[in-house]
Design a binder for this molecule. Sequence first.
Ligand SMILES: Nc1nc2c(ncn2[C@@H]2O[C@H](COP(=O)(O)OP(=O)(O)OP(=O)(O)O)[C@@H](O)[C@H]2O)c(=O)[nH]1
Ligand SMILES: [Mg+2]
Length: 106
Amino acid sequence: MTLIDTAGLRESSDAVEQIGVFRAREKAKAADLILWLSEASAPVPPGVQGGEVWPVFTKCDLLSPDEKSSLDQGVWISAETGKNIDVLIKRMEDFARAAVAAAMRA
Ligand SMILES: Nc1nc2c(ncn2[C@@H]2O[C@H](COP(=O)(O)OP(=O)(O)OP(=O)(O)O)[C@@H](O)[C@H]2O)c(=O)[nH]1
Ligand SMILES: [Mg+2]
């Protein structure tokens, strides 16, 4: 299993950043699983083509309880507090296990 952290997919006039975004899209096309991270306070719908895409909402430590209850799909995590990181890792493990099993049957 190879895990890749890509450049953020943002519009930019900076040539170096544009190359990073291009490379990220190329990696996504070849990926089995894409984690689409966006800030929970300003979620961005997945905008990438490739394998299975999971929305992941970041910085959930910054949300009020009301804002949290409006987010129902996907996993909310916080790198700051560690919230739900274990849940996300478990789901990724399950995904990888199923993908390997399917590949071995093929
Ligand atoms: N409060 C809070 N801040 C966070 C959290 N995760 C990251 N940050 C902050 O957000 C900023 C950006 O974090 P990065 O991890 O560099 O973001 P990124 O999306 O990888 O950025 P690019 O690679 O440039 O696209 C940093 O200042 C982090 O400290 C979190 O869970 N909670
Ligand atoms: Mg980054």
